[in-house]
Ligand binder design. Structure first.
Ligand SMILES: Nc1ncnc2c1ncn2[C@@H]1O[C@H](COP(=O)(O)OP(=O)(O)O)[C@@H](O)[C@H]1O
Ligand SMILES: [Mg+2]
Length: 342
C-alpha cells in the first residue's frame, strides 16, 4: 500500500464571478522513503495542494479528490481529532517562514517539549531530554543553553532548524517541506537541505520538497513533479527530467536557472501564470508557449505516460513527429482574420 495516494485533487477558491482553480486535478503517489520534488513558479498551486493533504485549506476553499489517502486512511473523511493526531505525528509540514509555526511568546524548549508531551505522551523530564537530543540532531550547538531562548533571539537559520526539530519530533513518516530554505542565505540554505536529506535517509522518512528553484531539486530529489497553474505538467525521475525535459514549460524553467544563463541577464519565461479570469480553454501553458497551436489553445491535454514519466502536452520535445504535427496543426486552423474572398 502506498504511503500517500492523491488522485484528481482539486482546490477551488470561489469568488463572485469565477472560481479560481488553485489546484486542478493533481494526482501523485508516494511510497515509503520516497523523495519527491514539486517545482513551479510562484502561484502554481504547490503550497495549496500540500495544504489540502494536511487538511489546512481554510474556508471558503473547497477541496475535492477521487482519492486522498495516507496509509490507506481516507484523509477527506477524518474527524477533527483523527486529523490532529495524524498531522501532528505521522505527517508533518514545515514552511518558508519559521515564524508562522513557532510561537513568539514561548521558549523553543517549551514549544518542543509540549509537542512531545502531547503526541508522544512523555513526562516533562523525558520531554526535556528528548528536546535536547532533537536540537542536537538538527545541528544546534550547545542545545541545553538554547532551551530558554525565544524565537526572536535566534537567527533565521537557527529558527528553521528548531522548526525542523519540531516537525521530526514525533518521527513522521512523511515530511512536507514548503520552500524551507527560500528565506535563508545561500550557505545556510545548503546546510538546511543537507540536514533534511540526512534526516530523511537516517529515518527512512518520505520527503516532499516544494520549491520554485530547479537547482534545489536537482541535487536533492529522486523524482520531480512540475506544476503550472494548478496542474502537473510533467513528472519523471530527476535525472531524466534534467537530462531531457519533455514539456516546453520544464525546458523553460531549466533555461531560466541562474547557472544556465551565460553570465548575462537571468532568463525568465515571458508572461504570467493565469489567474481565475484568464484561464485558457486548452493547454494552460499555451499563451506562454513558443510551440502553441490553435489546437493546443482549444484542447486541454491530459496527463499521460511518456518516456518513463508523465506529461501533459500535445507536442513533447522528444517526439520525432512533433515538428510536422505542429506545422500541420498551424496550417489546419484558418488564419485569424482571413478576408472573405468572393
Ligand atoms: N486562501 C486563498 N484564497 C484565495 N486564493 C488563494 C488562497 N491561497 C492561495 N490562493 C491562490 O491559489 C493559487 C496557488 O497558490 P499557491 O499554492 O500558494 O502557489 P505556490 O505555492 O505554487 O506559489 C494562487 O493563485 C493563489 O493566489
Ligand atoms: Mg508556495
Amino acid at each position: 500500500m502506498p504511503l500517500l495516494e492523491i488522485e484528481n485533487l482539486s482546490v477551488t477558491f470561489p469568488s463572485q464571478t469565477s472560481d479560481l482553480y488553485a489546484v486542478d486535478g493533481v494526482s501523485l503517489t508516494l511510497e515509503r522513503g520516497d523523495v519527491l520534488g514539486i517545482v513551479g513558479e510562484s502561484g502554481s498551486g504547490k503550497s495549496v495542494a500540500m495544504l489540502a493533504v494536511m487538511g489546512l485549506v481554510a474556508f471558503p476553499g473547497q477541496v475535492t479528490a477521487d482519492r486522498l489517502t495516507f496509509e490507506g486512511r481516507d484523509l477527506l473523511r477524518l474527524s477533527d481529532n483523527e486529523r490532529r493526531a495524524l498531522t501532528g505525528k505521522d505527517v508533518a509540514m514545515i514552511f518558508q517562514e519559521p515564524t508562522t509555526s513557532l510561537n513568539p511568546s514561548f521558549t523553543i524548549g517549551y514549544q518542543l517539549a509540549e509537542t512531545l508531551i502531547l503526541h508522544e505522551k512523555m513526562d516533562r523530564k523525558a520531554a526535556r531530554r528528548r528536546t535536547i537530543e532533537l536540537l542536537d540532531q538538527v545541528g544546534i550547538p550547545a542545545p541545553e543553553g538554547r532551551l530558554d531562548a525565544y524565537p526572536h533571539q535566534l537567527s533565521g537559520g537557527m529558527n528553521q532548524r528548531v522548526m525542523i526539530a519540531m516537525a521530526i519530533a514525533c518521527n513522521p513518516k512523511l515530511l512536507i517541506a514548503d520552500e524551507p530554505t527560500t528565506a535563508l542565505d545561500v550557505t545556510i540554505q545548503a546546510q538546511i537541505l543537507d540536514l533534511l536529506l540526512s534526516l530523511q535517509r537516517d529515518r527512512g522518512m518520505a520527503l516532499i520538497l516544494i520549491t520554485h528553484n530547479m537547482g534545489v531539486v536537482a541535487d536533492t530529489t529522486a523524482r520531480v513533479a512540475v506544476m503550472y497553474a494548478g496542474q502537473i505538467m510533467e513528472e519523471r525521475s530527476t535525472e531524466s527530467l534534467f537530462g531531457s525535459p519533455q514539456h516546453p514549460y520544464t525546458a523553460a524553467l531549466l533555461a531560466a536557472r541562474p547557472e544556465a544563463s551565460d553570465g548575462g541577464r537571468l532568463a525568465t519565461i515571458p508572461g504570467v501564470v493565469p489567474g481565475a479570469y484568464d484561464r485558457p480553454r486548452g493547454c494552460l501553458f499555451a499563451p506562454r508557449c513558443a510551440y502553441a497551436t490553435p489546437h493546443a489553445a482549444e484542447c486541454r491535454p491530459e496527463l499521460r505516460p511518456w518516456q518513463n514519466g508523465l506529461i501533459r502536452c500535445h507536442y513533447p520535445l522528444g517526439d520525432t513527429t512533433r515538428d510536422e504535427r505542429i506545422a500541420a496543426d498551424r496550417r489546419a486552423a484558418p488564419p485569424a482574420a482571413a478576408p472573405e474572398v468572393a
